[in-house]
Design a protein around this ligand. Structure first.
Ligand code: SF4
Ligand code: SF4
Length: 441
């Protein structure tokens, strides 16, 4: 019986980490459904991007209020969780405040965790007000209705409750230390939770222990539950922002990923010395199985990683000129739809022993419509605005490529322009011989 709490703790820990590992496996499998892409170039630039954008949060602070609050929550949440290491070891070994022999260093750590916890609580309240009272435009767009809104609020509630539990645990512990309760030796500094102590006045020692133990258990079980909630939430970005910024685009932003076979074809058309009747050389014969993307498996794995990393912050959509002028396009929705479809494909695979069985649906039309795709001006504002290096434009371009090259389903204006280029060598409907007439005007 003496070791029962330790055993229960070990079981909860193994279950929590085991379930998380299972979800990570699923996540990796889904991302790997994407096509291969070479990201072995520019390693030093990639590391720099990760350090600057994910760790340094440089793109977050472009919008100072949200950015600084986010930095507080991020730093606070990560640092406070160092405390989790002590909690886990205490839980497994049956000790109490195992690191307290560190003396003044320990006092400093616990004191700073408390200050950070308070700042996190303040930031979380500000975030909640921005989402639910001020109702900032980017949080109330159509794609944010239902689960995305609930998810955004849930994360705030969970973080708030975890911080309150942490402070409650410390306040009860502090009071027990003052009372000289057994096992509660003097350790730690409590600059914030000491102000909660009056709430615990006139409570018996056994009730105080109950408060402290309850807060301790709920805090660690809450963290394990939150860890497993990540997979189902936009909050997955706290893990994926790092690989995503590493694998993000390092080429110039306007540079498109041209298809080699098409480039050769165009060069052949444009080269006056080329023999249009010459037999294709062997290497030219290989063409992609499919041009562009109509479903998630046609995208590359970095684009699928992008979809899982999206924080649904809407910075891309708020900068998008198409969205601003009332078009149906929202780059955030492009990412959310890609993730939703990928999850759907993953569930089908789960139900069929890892095999994908067509469900008659696809990303194109069932999630993203051609109207959205053709509204894009390819301006790159969304890519520039994204705080975690996501590239919604690359998905839009791949899907447009499919519409044009596989379905010949471009809008009439584009079809006219493309036939003009093919026939006249220019986008205008003039004879090739007249192309330079403007010089004489
Ligand atoms: S590239 Fe397209 S989706 Fe992105 S901001 Fe510009 S118009 Fe919007
Ligand atoms: S793509 Fe980037 S900017 Fe757009 S919602 Fe997702 S994380 Fe935010």
């Amino acid at each position: 019986m003496e070791y029962l709490p330790n055993i229960i703790f070990a079981v909860a820990l193994i279950a929590g980490i085991g379930f998380f590992a299972r979800n990570v496996k699923k996540l990796t499998r889904n991302i790997k459904l994407g096509k291969d892409v070479d990201v072995s170039d520019n390693k030093s630039q990639r590391w720099k991007n990760m350090a600057r954008i994910a760790l340094g949060q440089t793109k977050m602070v472009v919008r100072p209020v949200a950015g600084i609050m986010h930095v507080i929550v991020y730093v606070g949440f990560i640092i406070i969780n160092i405390e989790v290491l002590e909690i886990i070891l205490d839980g497994l070994l049956g000790t109490h405040r195992l690191f307290s022999p560190l003396g003044s260093v320990y006092d400093f750590l616990i004191g700073s965790f408390e200050v950070l916890a308070l700042l996190v609580i303040v930031a979380v309240i500000v975030f909640w007000i921005r989402r639910n009272i001020i109702r900032i435009q980017r949080f109330i767009k159509p794609e944010m209705k239902g689960w995305p809104k609930t998810d955004g609020n849930m994360i705030l509630y969970i973080e708030f409750v975890l911080m309150i539990l942490f402070l409650t645990m410390n306040a009860a512990d502090f009071q027990l230390q003052q009372l000289g309760a057994e096992h509660y030796h003097e350790a730690g500094a409590f600059p914030v939770s000491q102000f909660m102590v009056p709430l615990l006045d006139n409570i018996s020692e056994s009730s105080l222990i109950l408060v402290e133990r309850t807060a301790w258990w709920l805090h660690i079980l809450g963290i394990l539950a939150f860890l497993n909630y990540l997979y189902y939430s936009k909050h997955l970005h706290i893990l994926l922002a790092f690989p995503n910024t590493y694998y993000g685009k390092v080429k110039p932003q306007g540079q498109f990923n041209n298809l080699e076979s098409v480039t050769k074809e165009v060069k052949l058309m444009m080269d006056p010395d080329a023999d249009p009747y010459a037999a294709p050389v062997e290497e030219d014969a290989a063409e992609p199985e499919k041009f562009g993307a109509s479903d998630v498996m046609d995208l590359n794995w970095v684009q699928l990683l992008n979809a899982y990393t999206c924080t649904e912050c809407g910075r891309c959509t708020s900068e998008c000129p198409a969205n601003q002028t009332g078009k149906k396009l929202s780059p955030r929705k492009i990412m959310m739809d890609t993730r939703d479809r990928l999850e759907e494909v993953g569930k089908i695979m789960d139900a069929n022993n890892g095999e994908f069985v067509s469900d008659g649906k696809q990303l194109l039309n069932d999630y993203i419509t051609p109207e959205e795709l053709w509204a894009c001006t390819t301006c790159n504002a969304c890519v520039q605005a994204c705080p975690v290096s996501i590239d919604p434009l690359s998905i839009i371009v791949e899907m447009r490529r499919y519409l044009v090259m596989e379905q010949s389903a471009a809008p009439t204006e584009l079809n006219n322009m493309m036939s003009n280029i093919e026939n006249n060598g220019a986008p205008w409907p003039y004879n090739q011989m007249d192309r330079l007439n403007w010089v004489n005007e």
